[in-house]
Design a protein around this ligand. Sequence first.
Ligand SMILES: [Mg+2]
Length: 233
Amino acid sequence: MIAFLDIGSTLIDGPASGPGKRIAMELGLGDEAVSAMNEILFQTDARESEELAARVAQRFGAGAGRASDVVRQIWEAQFDESYVLPGAKEAIESLRAAGIGRVYVSNIWRPFHARFEAEFPLEAGAQPCFLSFRTRRMKPSAELLGAICSEIDVAPNDVVMVGDTWAADIEPAIRSGMGTIWILHRPDKEKADLIRVLNGTSAAPDVTLGGIGDLTADTVHRAYGLHMRRVRD
Ligand SMILES: [Mg+2]
């Protein structure tokens, strides 16, 4: 058994709005621009903000100078604004000490990943990390989780996915045949999916926790046991 872990708002958090939304708002683009903006930010392996700004200016017809200023400002702020969630380091240590493998699967851009590297250097350096800005693939892609399983040679049945977002983490993991632990860190943001889960119209995770601080090796084993029982039935 092995754990797949999300990073943003599962282990590390930042401002309430993600960078795509903030850049879209600063440039006066509507809400409808946010998902395309996120695709640019999260699927470009940019070394510096200028590269992203050029793509943003081209895609949205924004002025190059203005796009450059806005993207640079949010890129530069992102590292200092982000912080490790309480109990996240202890949770990872609990899994490591119990010999539970960790694989990181994240929709993420470089400055936020820099915080992950700074706070979890051994995880970032020595565990498999599937980062969208490098892989150019984002959750909840139907094939992404299965492709990762093939790549690291593990059966989806033997994976427990840990993440905060039902639509991006939990649903694709269930669909891929994995066990799941929902870290319900932002219930307000998850409200619509939470209601569907409670009403039985959306699939339920094996285990739900209020924060990463409640995750231990025992919790992962419990989720895996519940998942395997469901698989057998
Ligand atoms: Mg997340």
